[in-house]
Design a protein around this ligand. Sequence first.
Ligand code: NAP
Ligand code: G4F
Length: 352
Amino acid sequence: MEINTKRALITGITGQDGSFLAEFLLDKGYKVHGIVRRASTFNTDRLDDIYADPHESGANLLLHYGDSTDGSSLRRILERVQPDEIYNLAAQSHVRVSFDQPEYTADVVATGTLRLLEAVRDHVTNTKREVRLYQAGSSEMFGAAPAPQNENTPFYPRSPYAVSKVAGHWYAVNYRESYGLFICNGILFNHESHRRGETFVTRKITRALGRIKLGLQEKLYLGNLDSRRDWGYAGDYVEAMWLMLQQRTPEDFVIATGESHSVEEFLNLSAEFLDMDWRKVVELDPRYLRPTEVDHLLGDGTKALTKLGWRPKVTFQNLVRLMVDHDLELARQEQTLTRAGHHFKPRGVSHG
Ligand code: NAP
Ligand code: G4F
């Protein structure tokens, strides 16, 4: 671990990216603070490996209750933490769900970003400290814009989620230009891992095929198999977030692999690793179709390579492999427990 005296604050620390980023920054010697929203069950599973009881001295990961819909909590946390770097990752991040909950999505993703920017603006004015902020933008903002997409491609959002991310992006640009704040927009293409939420298509596939392979589940219901995504590995992408904030001047960057695959290709490769024929177990369920789809996302990450020296390390094949292996192991554990008499209830109906 490197020696560092910097403090980072992560919103959305309990999510996939938040957990990878927290690990990455702890390794760099940062003191890491995270904002956790209150839930009736524990939502910190992804942090279990790095979380230490704050009563123990030397804990470098500290969690605070707060919510992107609650500006006063954000302001209080800023005052308490006095961060050098802020990573705004909090979001209702599911595109399909955003069609069901458009107002809530806008409140968290668009107005939540604005609340944080306002809090940072006042904090910087009052304390004269330099605070650097990373805003989690998304390739969904490109939506229907033809591939490949780069920093100069005009946005054409196709969901309430994407519209909200576009608003967050432009709020961030405006606060950078109006108040001279150090803010970078990362425009990240899809990135996955064994910690990906189970209602996103990649994890939904690897989780279900693992369970079907071991006889724990019969069918996998999916929506559109034709859309193409530029899928990378989340562990690689959090480094790019950090690199952006280490530059001399704040700029926006596309982060992508430069390679796209269809959902069907992801399915094919996952099934191939498991020696299965997915056509026998996958069925279409229109519930998983979107009113407006994004057909093809393919990023051009030339600027990130040139200016940040960033390139992805994990290939598509290795990404699928690591997710399939992880989820087959999870299914094995479930099978062992089932054989020992533990009863697993079916998972609830989801919009995933
Ligand atoms: P994720 O796994 O869905 O995590 C989202 C995080 O936001 C979770 O910690 C969640 O808390 C938190 N959150 C949700 N609503 C909140 C609220 N009202 N107040 C405070 N926190 C809230 O998403 P991810 O994949 O890690 O993505 C991180 C960020 O990057 C998101 O902004 C996402 O939109 C964006 N992004 C992701 C990708 C991708 O492919 N993964 C690509 C481009 C952009 P709970 O754990 O309690 O739910
Ligand atoms: O895995 P997805 O839900 O991810 P999507 O919509 O691309 O969004 C993710 O990536 C964005 C970056 O581009 C992030 F900003 C966003 O927060 C999120 O992380 O769906 C991928 C594709 C879509 O075309 C969808 O229609 O898979 C298709 N799909 C087919 N069947 C399905 C399903 N998606 C889901 N979630 N569930 C299905 O059953």
